[in-house]
Design a protein around this ligand. Structure first.
Ligand code: ATP
Length: 171
């Protein structure tokens, strides 16, 4: 496995603002293991940026995740995952299947998250205020992940293209 510090099979929840590099990090796992909310919005609505399709995409994501965890398969959730109820829902599903839960905080600096919105197509560009709010929520999440039931928390800085390891968050 490319991340020896992670269990072989787990639920891996990426957490980060838009532009943090979640999708880029997720691409270091086999594609079949990655559930992307953007990707599923595209499957459902032909437009990955279609915010109206978020609820439907989240439903489908949860169903696929359930079926994968019933098979004890490793799964990576590529979404901002910045809302506590969303994370708690994922953790509870994993616990029902006896799967370990890992949070990976993509802690890219706010300025870089904002800069990375430039050059995106209109339907994928997230407004600066939204990115700011998301970044705050990312920082805020750090203190509550343990209480939410995550077994372990790691972080990546998101600065270098190839970060070969995840850093364990010391408590
Ligand atoms: P969103 O939530 O909006 O989909 P995201 O967190 O998935 O964003 P990515 O789409 O992975 O972010 O990355 C945004 C941009 O930053 C991309 O152009 C990507 O190539 C670049 N990028 C991501 N990670 C890195 C990195 N570690 N080093 C250099 N560039 C990166």
């Amino acid at each position: 496995p490319q991340y020896p510090e992670l269990p072989d099979n787990a639920l891996i929840v990426l957490i980060g603002a838009s532009g943090a590099g979640k999708t880029t990090l997720a691409s270091t796992w086999p594609a079949s293991q990655v559930l992307s909310l953007d990707g599923l919005r595209g499957v459902i609505s032909d437009d990955p940026g279609c915010q109206d399709a978020t609820g439907d995409a989240a439903d489908v994501l949860k169903l696929i995740l359930e079926r994968r965890m019933a098979r004890k398969l490793n799964t990576v959730i590529d979404a901002t995952n910045l809302e506590q109820p969303v994370r708690v829902d994922l953790v509870m599903a994993a616990k029902r299947h006896g799967m370990p839960t890992i949070a990976v905080i993509v802690a890219t600096p706010l300025s870089l998250c904002i800069a990375r919105q430039d050059g995106r197509p209109d339907n994928r560009r997230v407004p600066e205020d939204t990115v700011r709010t998301q970044h705050k929520a990312m920082v805020h999440s750090v203190q509550s992940l343990r209480a939410e039931g995550f077994n372990e928390t790691f972080f990546v800085g998101g600065l270098n293209r190839l970060e070969p390891y995840l850093r364990r968050l010391s408590e």
